[in-house]
Design a protein around this ligand. Structure first.
Ligand SMILES: Nc1ncnc2c1ncn2[C@@H]1O[C@H](COP(=O)(O)OP(=O)(O)OP(=O)(O)O)[C@@H](O)[C@H]1O
Length: 223
C-alpha cells in the first residue's frame, strides 16, 4: 500500500500551471526529500497533498484513499514551517498547542481531559521539553518551537509525517537534534516521512533517504 501516490497532477493558482504532470509515489516506512528553488511549487504540492488545494487534473491518494474522500487526517502529521507559527502573540503554552491537536478526542464540553493533557505533557517530555511544559510558546527559542510543533504532529501517532522546511530558522545544533529525532521516529515507529527542504546536504547526512527529488520548472525530477 502506497502512503502517497500522485498521478499526472497539474495545478495552477490561475491559468499558468505551477505544477505540470507530477508523478510521485512513497511507500510505507520510507523517508523521501524534495528540494527546489524558491517559488518552484514545493509548498503548493504539500497543500495539494493535505487537501487544502484541488488539482486541475490528475489524482492524489493518501494512505491508499483518494484525497477527495480522505478523512483520516489524524493519521497524517503535518509540521509547518516554524515561521508560520511566529504570529502567535497570545500566551498559549507548549502543552496547550500540543493538546489542541487531539481535538477529535475532546468530549461534550469540547475541552481536553486531564488524561489528554497528560499525553501531551508526556510527548513533550520525550522531546526534552520537560522544563517548558507551561511556558508560553512565543517565548521559546526557534529549536524548541520546532520540537513543540513536531510533538503536536506526533501526538496522534501518525503513519505519515509531512515536514515543510523543518530546519529553516533554527541553529545548527537544533537542526542536528531534530534530524536525529526524525531518524529515530522513522526507525522505531516505521513512520513514513516526506520532507521539503532547502538543506539537502544536511538531510542526506543525517537521514537514511529512500529517494530525493528536485522540483524544477513545474516538474519533479528524481535525483
Ligand atoms: N495563494 C497563491 N495565489 C497565487 N499564487 C501563489 C499562491 N501561493 C503561491 N503562489 C505562487 O506559486 C508559486 C509556487 O509557490 P510555492 O510557495 O509553492 O513555492 P515553494 O517552492 O514552496 O517556495 P519557497 O521555497 O520559497 O517556500 C510561486 O510563484 C508563488 O508566488
Amino acid at each position: 500500500m502506497s502512503q502517497i501516490k500522485i498521478k499526472d497532477v497539474s495545478f495552477g493558482y490561475n491559468q499558468d500551471l505551477i505544477l505540470k504532470n507530477i508523478n510521485f509515489q512513497e511507500e510505507k516506512g520510507e523517508i523521501v526529500a524534495i528540494h527546489g528553488e524558491n517559488g518552484s511549487g514545493k509548498s503548493t504540492l504539500l497543500k495539494l497533498l493535505l487537501g487544502q488545494l484541488k488539482p486541475a487534473c490528475g489524482e492524489i491518494y493518501l494512505l491508499d484513499e483518494n484525497i477527495s474522500k480522505f478523512k483520516n487526517f489524524a493519521a497524517v502529521g503535518y509540521v509547518p514551517q516554524v515561521q508560520s507559527f511566529n504570529g502567535i502573540t497570545f500566551p498559549i503554552t507548549c502543552t496547550e498547542i500540543v493538546v489542541l491537536n487531539l481535538y477529535r478526542q475532546f468530549g461534550f464540553f469540547k475541552i481536553p481531559s486531564a488524561a489528554l493533557r497528560k499525553k501531551a505533557e508526556d510527548i513533550l517530555c520525550e522531546m526534552g521539553l520537560e522544563h517548558y511544559l507551561h511556558v508560553p510558546y512565543n517565548r521559546l527559542s526557534g529549536g524548541f518551537k520546532q520540537r513543540t510543533l513536531i510533538a503536536r504532529a506526533m501526538i496522534n501517532e501518525p503513519q505519515l509525517l509531512i515536514l515543510d522546511e523543518p530546519t529553516a530558522g533554527v541553529d545548527q545544533n537544533s537542526k542536528i537534534n531534530f534530524l536525529e529525532l526524525i531518524a529515530r521516529t522513522n526507525k522505531e515507529k516505521k513512520t513514513t516521512i516526506l520532507i521539503v527542504t532547502h538543506e539537502m546536504g544536511l538531510i542526506k547526512e543525517y537521514l537514511p533517504l529512500s529517494a530525493s527529488y528536485k522540483m524544477t520548472e513545474g516538474g519533479l525530477i528524481k535525483c
